[in-house]
Ligand binder design. Structure first.
Ligand code: ATP
Length: 645
């Protein structure tokens, strides 16, 4: 059975080795199985999830995404991290002071003292060891904080994706969204883990050093700091503006790069079939080139800023040598203090260098926060009303009450559609391609809202009920049946994890997939590869039907597959449909007149308008659009020309 569609499929699963058949990798190779089992044994158990999904975001989820908002749930880490930063920055700066003391009180003529030198050395060493421990603790604290915050944020963004409406995913490229979840969130992790603490530590170090310099010698401190800081300040403002522009562009271009990559990989079959490889490479070169250009730009900006601040540092040291040396000769400054000044000045520039390096992390983190915030603040276009009520179990009366709709409101796709489907009635939508049949189905499931008019179910406007209660009663079988990576069984349990094995077996019988399941090496537990690519189109459609059947919806909406099915598959699907439609209201977007003929009524849609409604027999009794379609079908031999589109 299943003709050519399944001929190859039978072999696919034999022997359980996909790679032996030259198929894409679909599981753990046997030679790695032992290692994988060991790894799984050491995998920590995840605590049971307490997550709940609600269409309306919680109070916490509605808060504006800022850095403080994301860390506020972890005050312990924030406080201990800050305390560690403060203590570390103080401890780190004790070295030059000890050197000064050892020189002035232990080495200079008249002050020779081995004890002072020894004590200074011991304290120096002790502080060095202490600072190492402090920094270790700080890395642990900020690392843990960053990973927890990122975990929360990943879940928050993913949850938001689940709330958004279909139009969002049509408008946004999957690759761009992927980059929000990967590179943007990772930038933020970098920022929390390293960036902010380094910024705080280095900033604080500069403050501590400035205070020490001024308390050591006001004049020398004033000369060195006041001459150097304004130049640095001016340069930093320039750098800030130039690099901000660069980093925003970087984020855009990396997102484009990922989008192009994911589209090319996803569409690899079409690319190969149309010999588009060369053009794809050229296109990808443009995208990669744009990314390279902006990287070069930010590289050039950093290349100007880094060495310039170095230069200013060296100028400052020259100045210090001249003025400080003069002060030593004039007995206004001790040699120990001058050496300490040198050491401190070096350390004063070190933070600036580090800040320059960390600046890109900060910029990238900031740009990522802005983008993630925009994403989280995008409201779903189809949302629940605040006072949405739970839709009670319905009979299944569907009413289109003068519905008009356009994906772009300026370009209507449906015009004043008025239609009523009775409980238990199956209605086939037929008409040319692009007429608006799928769009009508999308309005009935509330994937979109009408621009004008209302869609009612049992007399209730579907905008006034909760999305969950509405969709629980609707079964949707899309044109491209989507299967997830997992087994056939897990795919059938997709809508409800508690469906019993018995029910699954029954559903397999109802849709006529028993033969397929019996032939598979692991039966229902045979893995389905990503998007069900290892099954034929007909098999995927039947599995989608079984999935809808198991959900036991009151209303079934079926967008018939447009791909050609062999005669046998068509008969199996039609038989399955007869069983599934029993006692249910149904909208069938019929691409074959054989399906339309079996429906209770036929609705002919043309250019977004309902042009004819009636039972199949009625529509055939007079000259109308359906009759012409039917005649054309008969004239071309019936089944060969069964397409209505
Ligand atoms: P087919 O038989 O080919 O499936 P259809 O009758 O189901 O066609 P629809 O998918 O409802 O047609 O499309 C109706 C019109 O809306 C078409 O002109 C189509 O180009 C347009 N359209 C469909 N989806 C979108 C979208 N997401 N954004 C913008 N326009 C869209």
């Amino acid at each position: 059975m299943w003709g050519g569609g399944f001929g190859g499929g039978g072999g696919m699963f034999q022997g359980g080795s996909a790679s032996a058949n030259g198929l894409p990798f679909g599981g753990i190779p046997t030679e790695l199985m032992d290692e994988a089992t060991k790894l799984l044994a050491t995998e920590p158990e995840r605590e049971p999830s307490r997550l709940r999904f609600t269409q309306r975001p919680s109070e916490d989820e509605r808060r504006r995404l800022t850095l403080t908002q994301v860390v506020r749930n972890y005050p312990r880490y924030v406080v201990s991290g800050s305390a560690l930063v403060i203590v570390t920055s103080l401890v780190l700066q004790a070295g030059p002071k000890l050197t000064e003391y050892a020189i002035d009180h232990g080495m200079l003529l008249g002050h020779h003292s081995v004890t002072v030198i020894a004590w200074c050395a011991v304290i120096y060493l002790a502080l060095a060891i202490m600072s190492a421990f402090l920094q270790r603790a700080q890395v642990v604290v900020t690392g843990t904080l960053a990973s927890r915050v990122m975990h929360d944020l990943r879940i928050r963004v993913f949850t938001h994706f689940q709330r958004l409406s279909l139009d969002f995913f049509t408008d946004e490229k999957a690759g761009v969204l992927m980059s929000r979840m990967t590179s943007d969130i990772e930038n933020l992790q970098q920022l929390l883990q390293d960036g902010i603490t380094q910024f705080a530590l280095q900033g604080l170090t500069m403050v501590v050093i400035t205070v020490i310099l001024f308390t050591t010698n006001v004049v020398l401190a004033a000369w060195t700091i006041l001459l150097v800081v304004p130049i640095l300040f001016a340069m930093s403002i320039w750098f800030h503006q130039a690099s901000e522009r660069g980093y925003l562009l970087t984020r855009d271009r990396i997102a484009n790069l990922l989008a192009d990559l994911s589209e090319s990989l996803y569409g690899i079959r079409v690319v190969t079939a149309h010999n588009r490889q060369a053009r794809n490479i050229i296109n990808h070169r443009h995208v990669v080139g744009a990314y390279r250009d902006v990287n070069n730009y930010t590289g050039r900006v950093s290349a100007i800023y880094g060495p310039s601040t170095n230069m200013i540092g060296i100028l400052g040291q020259g100045l210090l040598l001249g003025i400080g040396g003069h002060m030593v000769l004039a007995h206004q400054l001790s040699i120990g203090a001058l050496i300490a000044f040198f050491l401190y000045l070096n350390r004063f520039f070190q933070p600036i260098q580090l800040l320059v390096q960390q600046y890109s992390t900060l910029q990238q983190g900031r740009a990522s926060i802005i983008r993630l915030r925009q994403l989280l603040e995008t409201p779903p276009s189809v949302d629940e009303a605040d006072d949405a009520v739970v839709l009670p179990p319905v009979q299944g009366r569907i009413t289109f009450d003068h519905v008009s709709f356009g994906y772009d409101p300026a370009r209507p796709v449906l015009h004043d559609v008025d239609l009523e489907i009775a409980p238990g009635e199956s209605v086939a939508f037929v008409g040319p391609t692009g007429a608006g049949k799928s769009t009508m189905a999308k309005l009935a499931t509330r994937f979109y809202d009408p621009t004008q008019g209302r869609v009612l179910i049992d007399g209730v406007d579907i905008r006034t009920v909760t999305l969950k209660s509405l969709r629980r009663q609707l079964g949707v079988v899309p044109q491209e049946a989507f299967l997830f990576a997992g087994s056939i069984r897990t795919n059938l349990r997709f809508g409800d994890a508690n469906i019993s094995d018995q029910d699954i077996d029954d559903a397999i019988d109802v849709v006529g997939l028993r033969d397929l399941v019996d032939r598979l090496p692991q039966g229902l537990d045979t893995p389905v590869h990503e998007r069900g690519q290892t099954l034929s189109a007909g098999e995927r459609q039947l599995l989608a039907l079984a999935r809808a059947f198991l959900a036991r919806p009151r209303v079934l909406i079926l967008d018939e597959a447009t791909s050609s099915l062999d005669l046998h598959s068509e008969i199996v699907i039609e038989r399955a449909l007869d069983r599934i439609l029993e006692g249910r209201s149904a909208i069938l977007i019929a691409h074959r007149l054989t399906t339309a003929q079996r429906a209770d009524r036929i609705v002919v849609v043309e250019r977004g308008r309902v042009v004819e409604i009636g039972t199949p027999a009625e529509l055939l009794t007079h000259d109308g659009p359906y009759r012409s379609m039917y005649d054309a079908w008969l004239a071309s031999g019936g089944r060969d020309a069964t397409r209505t589109t």
